[in-house]
Design a protein around this ligand. Sequence first.
Ligand SMILES: *[C@@H]1O[C@H](CO)[C@@H](O)[C@H](O)[C@H]1NC(C)=O
Ligand SMILES: *[C@@H]1O[C@H](CO)[C@@H](O)[C@H](O)[C@H]1NC(C)=O
Ligand SMILES: *[C@@H]1O[C@H](CO)[C@@H](O)[C@H](O)[C@H]1NC(C)=O
Ligand SMILES: *[C@@H]1O[C@H](CO)[C@@H](O)[C@H](O)[C@H]1NC(C)=O
Ligand SMILES: *[C@@H]1O[C@H](CO)[C@@H](O)[C@H](O)[C@H]1NC(C)=O
Ligand SMILES: *[C@@H]1O[C@H](CO)[C@@H](O)[C@H](O)[C@H]1NC(C)=O
Ligand SMILES: *[C@@H]1O[C@H](CO)[C@@H](O)[C@H](O)[C@H]1NC(C)=O
Ligand SMILES: *[C@@H]1O[C@H](CO)[C@@H](O)[C@H](O)[C@H]1NC(C)=O
Length: 662
Amino acid sequence: MLPRNFLVFLLLIFTFHLPPLISAENTTFDFPFFTVRNLTLLGDSYFKNGVIGLTREIGVPSSSSGSIIYNNPIHFFDQESNITASFSTSFSFSVKNVNPSSFGDGLTFFLSPDNQTLGSPGGYLGLVNSSELTKNRFLAIEFDTKLDAQFNDPNENHVGLDINALTSIKTADALLQDIDLKSGNLITAWIDYKNDLRVLNVFLSYSSLKPPTPLLSVAFDLSGYLKEDMFVGFSASTEGSTEVHLIENWSFKTFGFLPVRPKSHPHNVSDSSVTIISDVPVSNSTNKHHKGLGLGLGIAGPAFFFVVLAVFGYVSVKKWKYMRIENGLKAEILTGPREFSYKELYAATRGFHSSRIIGRGAFGNVYKAIFVSSGAVAAVKRSKHSREGKIEFLAELSIVACLRHKNLVQLQGWCAEKDELLLVYDFMPNGSLDKVLHPEPETGILLTWSHRQNIAIGLASVLAYLHQECEQQVIHRDIKTSNIMLDGSFNPRLGDFGLARLMDHDKSPVSTLTAGTMGYLAPEYLQYGKATVKTDVFSYGVVILEVACGRRPIERELSSQKMVNLVDWVWGLHGQGRITEAADKRLNGDFKEEEMRKLLLVGLRCAHPDSAERPSIRRVVQILNNEADPIAVPKMKPSLTFSCSLTVEDIVSDDEERKTTA
Ligand SMILES: *[C@@H]1O[C@H](CO)[C@@H](O)[C@H](O)[C@H]1NC(C)=O
Ligand SMILES: *[C@@H]1O[C@H](CO)[C@@H](O)[C@H](O)[C@H]1NC(C)=O
Ligand SMILES: *[C@@H]1O[C@H](CO)[C@@H](O)[C@H](O)[C@H]1NC(C)=O
Ligand SMILES: *[C@@H]1O[C@H](CO)[C@@H](O)[C@H](O)[C@H]1NC(C)=O
Ligand SMILES: *[C@@H]1O[C@H](CO)[C@@H](O)[C@H](O)[C@H]1NC(C)=O
Ligand SMILES: *[C@@H]1O[C@H](CO)[C@@H](O)[C@H](O)[C@H]1NC(C)=O
Ligand SMILES: *[C@@H]1O[C@H](CO)[C@@H](O)[C@H](O)[C@H]1NC(C)=O
Ligand SMILES: *[C@@H]1O[C@H](CO)[C@@H](O)[C@H](O)[C@H]1NC(C)=O
């Protein structure tokens, strides 16, 4: 039986003589909050609790640029009808300065033919590439918080219309309507362009009520710049400042496209059928409906059927799509990390009782948490934080929270209350690789060769994910066996990704060194303190040598009491053509010699003193999966000369310290 409103719908269609075939549709979308869905993040932009941050959010001045772009292209022009759409958008944003004297540079809303629009930091507003000024094409409204003489800015608090360049076509001082763009308050902006009037208006308000008069009104014909397919988004930049640019919500629509008639119509629907169907009163009984329908079918024939099918299809596809999106969003909310309350974690760890401590690190203790209500078990990392540490922590958290890989210790949630930072992770029953590889009394589990190979491959694949595959590149900085956990099946799970650094954010990398970390750090990291993907590759190389040999990266030789560096030791054996003798003696030769040789050589190559000679982690994955040929390793470890006299042996003064890094 057909629903009544469907019949009304049919009537409407038939009154228009022909089903309208639309060649260009008006677009509408609305983001009451943001998720990764339908948006592309470029540069330093990120999501945090449903809000978009466009530039890095840290307490120290930095130069940064980022943009976000709505994934689907939007039609602004219809060739067939020669119509340019009008558009209207509104969004709420805030610009605040962690340090009020450190402001700049501002944000823009832009339309561009390119879905990869990202520009340089500083006065370029994340929109223009400083080395190729004409590369990015755009039509933008800037909300500029810095006076840039280069672009004829009037002051450090203005709104302007920019086309393909940052020198505005027209600007307006936001103070004219008592708006201070960088006050930190939530500001709502409305941008309207009416193509028939050729006028663009920008309204700003601290409230959600649109003011009666626009702040900026530009009489300008944009039709030459509004192309058939355009992308819309936001960009922002900082230049050695602490300015934070956040977008809270966004709605957008185009309008003005007319419903168009199809060019040809093979099936004519006669006017008589329309009249007959229209004669059937809609509010009448079902029987009558059937009668009317029967009449319509008889007269309109195949065209009628076609429309019925099309409409049904349209309605159900739409409904299905809607349900799918809704379910997807729900899943995202349910599975993502969440904020825990301090009370909840306090109860689950029996008040952070010492009997619940399962690890100790430089940052603080790790506790086993048992949630009484659900019976779930988790690991909780606890550390103190300062005020400024918290902001940095939350910014980094928003990146880490989006990471998903089977070889990562999954973050379940966090808590930042009472001057403490608490991180809740999946509980790993087999503890850390460090503990399994070097058990204190020589007892317990022995990792087999296939376990070890699995660890090497799993670790390489999660690093490839962090370095190259996830939305925002993550450099781990602290890869060592004590940060690698083993799940119930001895699969490796990398922990502490990116956050380790934040736990002791106010210390320089070298000052936080313990002997346990030392052996994993690349020479250039020790020298310049700068972490890169290649410093991660170095640490990975050391870890897999440790896994293959069962020896610590720096070990005191029993006979001579001399400190032995694992990389040097394996390289020495390689030079003598007996590299496989480095294999862990506890394996009792229970491995394929070729495979052992390959793993050790990959380890050496990754631990090459010259960062340029280390392979990318993706290459490592391919080599270990036999998809690429191994890379040759020189017989002699190449030496790297430093300008400073500090050597590895000088820094490692106390190898007892390593035991404190859990
Ligand atoms: C996301 O994109 C899909 C099509 O890819 C679209 O149907 C949906 O409406 C979009 N969602 C939003 C919020 O724009
Ligand atoms: C399209 O419309 C513009 C004005 O809106 C007009 O100048 C132009 O000649 C039209 N082009 C065609 C092909 O009709
Ligand atoms: C950009 O647009 C092109 C063509 O419209 C599309 O093939 C490509 O996947 C888009 N890239 C992104 C990152 O959305
Ligand atoms: C600017 O353009 C150059 C060359 O196309 C490119 O390598 C660089 O990444 C661009 N810079 C930004 C910030 O997009
Ligand atoms: C965005 O949020 C603000 C404040 O909650 C609200 O006033 C405004 O109407 C919202 N705008 C959109 C487009 O959702
Ligand atoms: C687009 O919006 C206009 C209102 O400006 C409306 O008259 C028109 O029917 C819409 N076109 C389509 C194809 O929905
Ligand atoms: C359809 O109708 C048009 C005008 O209404 C007429 O010119 C055409 O011949 C008709 N085509 C058929 C197949 O009846
Ligand atoms: C149903 O249709 C009859 C004529 O067929 C009409 O007299 C009657 O008023 C209609 N009922 C309603 C509720 O409109």
